[in-house]
Design a protein around this ligand. Structure first.
Ligand code: ZN
Length: 258
Protein backbone atom coordinates (compact mmCIF):
# COMPACT_ATOMS: atom_id res chain seq x y z
CA UNK A 1 0.00 0.00 0.00
CA UNK A 2 0.92 3.65 -0.40
CA UNK A 3 1.93 6.14 2.31
CA UNK A 4 0.84 9.35 0.56
CA UNK A 5 2.59 11.74 2.96
CA UNK A 6 5.78 11.22 4.92
CA UNK A 7 9.02 13.16 5.47
CA UNK A 8 11.91 10.82 4.73
CA UNK A 9 14.29 13.78 4.51
CA UNK A 10 13.77 14.67 8.18
CA UNK A 11 16.74 13.67 10.30
CA UNK A 12 14.75 11.20 12.42
CA UNK A 13 14.01 9.09 9.33
CA UNK A 14 16.93 9.99 7.06
CA UNK A 15 19.56 8.83 9.58
CA UNK A 16 17.96 5.39 9.58
CA UNK A 17 16.67 5.33 5.99
CA UNK A 18 17.63 1.80 4.96
CA UNK A 19 15.91 0.32 8.01
CA UNK A 20 12.88 2.62 7.53
CA UNK A 21 12.49 1.43 3.91
CA UNK A 22 12.97 -2.22 4.89
CA UNK A 23 10.36 -1.98 7.66
CA UNK A 24 7.94 -0.32 5.21
CA UNK A 25 8.50 -3.09 2.68
CA UNK A 26 7.97 -5.79 5.33
CA UNK A 27 4.69 -4.11 6.35
CA UNK A 28 3.43 -4.16 2.76
CA UNK A 29 4.00 -0.43 2.20
CA UNK A 30 5.41 -0.60 -1.30
CA UNK A 31 5.31 3.10 -2.26
CA UNK A 32 5.64 6.39 -0.40
CA UNK A 33 5.60 10.09 -1.17
CA UNK A 34 8.19 12.12 0.73
CA UNK A 35 6.73 15.61 0.98
CA UNK A 36 8.95 18.69 0.83
CA UNK A 37 8.78 21.67 3.18
CA UNK A 38 11.26 24.02 1.46
CA UNK A 39 12.93 24.23 -1.98
CA UNK A 40 16.17 22.80 -0.51
CA UNK A 41 14.24 19.97 1.12
CA UNK A 42 12.52 19.35 -2.23
CA UNK A 43 15.87 18.91 -3.99
CA UNK A 44 16.88 16.37 -1.37
CA UNK A 45 13.49 14.62 -1.66
CA UNK A 46 13.80 14.49 -5.47
CA UNK A 47 17.30 13.02 -5.12
CA UNK A 48 15.95 10.30 -2.78
CA UNK A 49 13.15 9.58 -5.25
CA UNK A 50 15.81 9.24 -7.94
CA UNK A 51 17.63 6.63 -5.86
CA UNK A 52 14.61 4.55 -4.84
CA UNK A 53 12.00 3.31 -7.34
CA UNK A 54 9.23 3.25 -4.72
CA UNK A 55 9.84 6.76 -3.35
CA UNK A 56 8.20 9.84 -4.91
CA UNK A 57 8.79 13.49 -4.02
CA UNK A 58 7.07 16.90 -4.04
CA UNK A 59 8.13 20.56 -4.18
CA UNK A 60 6.75 23.44 -2.12
CA UNK A 61 7.07 25.63 0.98
CA UNK A 62 5.34 24.61 4.21
CA UNK A 63 3.77 27.62 6.01
CA UNK A 64 6.17 27.12 8.96
CA UNK A 65 9.00 28.20 6.61
CA UNK A 66 7.14 31.13 5.05
CA UNK A 67 9.22 33.66 7.01
CA UNK A 68 12.48 32.52 5.46
CA UNK A 69 11.09 32.33 1.92
CA UNK A 70 8.83 35.40 1.93
CA UNK A 71 11.47 37.58 0.29
CA UNK A 72 12.61 34.86 -2.12
CA UNK A 73 9.54 34.31 -4.26
CA UNK A 74 11.61 33.98 -7.44
CA UNK A 75 13.60 31.12 -5.92
CA UNK A 76 10.44 29.35 -4.78
CA UNK A 77 8.79 29.68 -8.19
CA UNK A 78 11.98 28.61 -9.97
CA UNK A 79 12.32 25.50 -7.79
CA UNK A 80 8.68 24.59 -8.42
CA UNK A 81 9.04 24.95 -12.20
CA UNK A 82 12.35 23.09 -12.30
CA UNK A 83 11.32 20.14 -10.12
CA UNK A 84 7.80 19.82 -11.54
CA UNK A 85 9.50 18.56 -14.72
CA UNK A 86 10.92 15.59 -12.81
CA UNK A 87 8.62 12.56 -13.34
CA UNK A 88 9.31 11.35 -9.78
CA UNK A 89 8.12 14.70 -8.36
CA UNK A 90 4.39 14.00 -8.24
CA UNK A 91 2.92 17.03 -6.47
CA UNK A 92 3.33 20.65 -5.39
CA UNK A 93 3.37 21.39 -1.67
CA UNK A 94 2.93 21.03 1.09
CA UNK A 95 1.67 24.60 1.14
CA UNK A 96 -1.06 26.47 2.99
CA UNK A 97 -1.77 28.28 6.24
CA UNK A 98 -1.23 27.35 9.89
CA UNK A 99 -2.90 29.50 12.53
CA UNK A 100 -1.96 27.21 15.40
CA UNK A 101 1.22 29.22 15.90
CA UNK A 102 1.70 32.98 15.46
CA UNK A 103 5.09 32.47 13.91
CA UNK A 104 5.69 33.05 11.05
CA UNK A 105 3.15 35.90 10.87
CA UNK A 106 0.01 35.04 8.91
CA UNK A 107 0.75 37.77 6.34
CA UNK A 108 4.00 36.01 5.44
CA UNK A 109 2.20 32.68 5.24
CA UNK A 110 -0.49 34.14 2.99
CA UNK A 111 2.08 35.75 0.71
CA UNK A 112 4.08 32.55 0.22
CA UNK A 113 0.94 30.45 -0.24
CA UNK A 114 -0.47 32.90 -2.82
CA UNK A 115 2.80 32.87 -4.73
CA UNK A 116 2.76 29.07 -4.90
CA UNK A 117 -0.87 28.98 -6.04
CA UNK A 118 0.00 31.52 -8.73
CA UNK A 119 3.00 29.46 -9.85
CA UNK A 120 0.87 26.29 -9.87
CA UNK A 121 -1.37 27.78 -12.58
CA UNK A 122 1.25 27.14 -15.24
CA UNK A 123 1.98 23.63 -13.90
CA UNK A 124 -0.20 20.53 -13.97
CA UNK A 125 0.67 18.58 -10.82
CA UNK A 126 -1.74 18.11 -7.91
CA UNK A 127 -1.34 20.23 -4.78
CA UNK A 128 -0.94 19.12 -1.15
CA UNK A 129 -2.49 21.54 1.34
CA UNK A 130 -1.32 22.00 4.92
CA UNK A 131 -4.19 23.63 6.77
CA UNK A 132 -4.41 24.09 10.49
CA UNK A 133 -7.19 26.20 11.97
CA UNK A 134 -7.46 28.25 8.77
CA UNK A 135 -9.92 26.31 6.59
CA UNK A 136 -12.06 29.28 5.51
CA UNK A 137 -9.04 31.35 4.51
CA UNK A 138 -7.39 28.47 2.66
CA UNK A 139 -10.59 27.72 0.75
CA UNK A 140 -11.02 31.40 -0.11
CA UNK A 141 -7.44 31.67 -1.42
CA UNK A 142 -7.88 28.55 -3.56
CA UNK A 143 -11.11 29.96 -5.00
CA UNK A 144 -9.49 33.36 -5.60
CA UNK A 145 -6.66 31.64 -7.46
CA UNK A 146 -9.23 30.05 -9.75
CA UNK A 147 -7.66 26.59 -9.55
CA UNK A 148 -9.98 23.55 -9.75
CA UNK A 149 -10.77 22.02 -6.36
CA UNK A 150 -10.08 18.51 -7.67
CA UNK A 151 -6.37 19.40 -7.89
CA UNK A 152 -6.08 19.62 -4.09
CA UNK A 153 -5.71 17.27 -1.16
CA UNK A 154 -6.19 18.55 2.38
CA UNK A 155 -3.61 16.47 4.20
CA UNK A 156 -3.80 15.49 7.87
CA UNK A 157 -7.40 16.61 8.16
CA UNK A 158 -8.37 17.30 11.79
CA UNK A 159 -11.18 19.86 11.46
CA UNK A 160 -14.91 19.83 12.10
CA UNK A 161 -17.64 18.15 10.05
CA UNK A 162 -18.59 21.57 8.69
CA UNK A 163 -15.04 22.20 7.48
CA UNK A 164 -14.91 18.74 5.97
CA UNK A 165 -18.15 19.41 4.10
CA UNK A 166 -16.75 22.68 2.72
CA UNK A 167 -13.59 20.92 1.50
CA UNK A 168 -15.60 18.14 -0.17
CA UNK A 169 -17.87 20.78 -1.69
CA UNK A 170 -14.80 22.37 -3.28
CA UNK A 171 -14.09 19.01 -4.93
CA UNK A 172 -10.84 18.31 -3.07
CA UNK A 173 -9.52 15.04 -1.64
CA UNK A 174 -9.12 14.58 2.12
CA UNK A 175 -6.33 12.64 3.80
CA UNK A 176 -6.12 11.25 7.33
CA UNK A 177 -3.13 10.48 9.57
CA UNK A 178 -2.75 8.49 12.79
CA UNK A 179 -4.57 11.31 14.63
CA UNK A 180 -7.83 9.72 13.50
CA UNK A 181 -6.95 6.60 15.56
CA UNK A 182 -6.43 8.52 18.82
CA UNK A 183 -8.95 7.87 21.58
CA UNK A 184 -9.58 11.63 21.97
CA UNK A 185 -10.53 12.01 18.28
CA UNK A 186 -13.84 10.15 18.16
CA UNK A 187 -15.74 12.83 16.23
CA UNK A 188 -12.92 13.02 13.68
CA UNK A 189 -13.18 9.24 13.24
CA UNK A 190 -16.92 9.58 12.63
CA UNK A 191 -16.32 12.33 10.06
CA UNK A 192 -13.70 10.19 8.31
CA UNK A 193 -16.15 7.29 8.10
CA UNK A 194 -18.53 9.51 6.13
CA UNK A 195 -16.08 10.75 3.46
CA UNK A 196 -17.03 9.40 0.01
CA UNK A 197 -14.66 6.50 -0.62
CA UNK A 198 -13.31 7.98 -3.85
CA UNK A 199 -12.25 11.22 -2.06
CA UNK A 200 -10.24 9.63 0.74
CA UNK A 201 -6.51 9.03 1.17
CA UNK A 202 -4.34 7.95 4.10
CA UNK A 203 -0.84 8.83 5.25
CA UNK A 204 1.53 8.77 8.20
CA UNK A 205 2.93 12.35 8.11
CA UNK A 206 5.89 10.57 9.73
CA UNK A 207 8.15 11.15 11.65
CA UNK A 208 5.22 12.57 13.67
CA UNK A 209 1.82 11.25 14.82
CA UNK A 210 2.34 7.50 15.25
CA UNK A 211 -1.07 5.80 15.01
CA UNK A 212 -2.60 3.55 17.64
CA UNK A 213 -1.80 0.92 18.78
CA UNK A 214 1.81 2.14 18.52
CA UNK A 215 1.17 5.73 19.57
CA UNK A 216 4.09 5.80 22.02
CA UNK A 217 6.61 4.57 19.42
CA UNK A 218 8.90 7.36 18.10
CA UNK A 219 9.59 8.21 15.38
CA UNK A 220 6.52 7.36 13.32
CA UNK A 221 7.39 5.86 9.93
CA UNK A 222 5.70 4.62 6.76
CA UNK A 223 5.46 1.03 8.08
CA UNK A 224 2.64 2.25 10.35
CA UNK A 225 0.27 3.45 7.61
CA UNK A 226 -1.53 0.06 7.63
CA UNK A 227 -2.69 0.95 11.19
CA UNK A 228 -4.54 3.98 9.81
CA UNK A 229 -6.01 1.78 7.07
CA UNK A 230 -7.21 -0.92 9.41
CA UNK A 231 -8.74 1.61 11.82
CA UNK A 232 -10.65 3.42 9.06
CA UNK A 233 -11.75 0.19 7.38
CA UNK A 234 -13.22 -0.88 10.70
CA UNK A 235 -14.94 2.50 11.19
CA UNK A 236 -16.54 2.13 7.78
CA UNK A 237 -17.45 -1.52 8.29
CA UNK A 238 -15.34 -2.45 5.27
CA UNK A 239 -13.07 -5.32 4.53
CA UNK A 240 -9.52 -4.08 5.15
CA UNK A 241 -8.05 -5.24 1.83
CA UNK A 242 -10.95 -3.68 -0.08
CA UNK A 243 -10.41 -0.41 1.78
CA UNK A 244 -6.68 -0.43 1.04
CA UNK A 245 -7.35 -1.15 -2.64
CA UNK A 246 -9.73 1.83 -2.77
CA UNK A 247 -7.42 4.37 -1.12
CA UNK A 248 -4.45 3.15 -3.17
CA UNK A 249 -6.50 3.58 -6.35
CA UNK A 250 -7.30 7.13 -5.24
CA UNK A 251 -3.62 7.88 -4.61
CA UNK A 252 -2.59 6.42 -7.97
CA UNK A 253 -5.20 8.48 -9.79
CA UNK A 254 -4.65 11.72 -7.83
CA UNK A 255 -0.83 11.66 -7.93
CA UNK A 256 -0.59 9.91 -11.31
CA UNK A 257 1.57 7.12 -9.86
CA UNK A 258 2.57 4.51 -12.39
ZN1 ZN B 1 3.71 16.89 6.35
Amino acid sequence: MIDTHCHLTFKLLLDDLDAVLTRAHDAGVDRMITVATTPDDARQAAALAGQHDNVYATVGVHPHYAGQWRGRGQDVAAAMRELADDPKVVALGEMGLDRHYDDPPIDDQRRVFALQLETAKALTKPIIIHNREATDEVLAMIRDAGLPGARFVFHCFTGTQQELDAILELGAMVSFTGIVTFSNARSLARSAAGVPLDRLMIETDSPYLTPEPHRKVRPNQPCYVPCVASFLAQQRGMDESEFIAAVDRNAERFFGLG
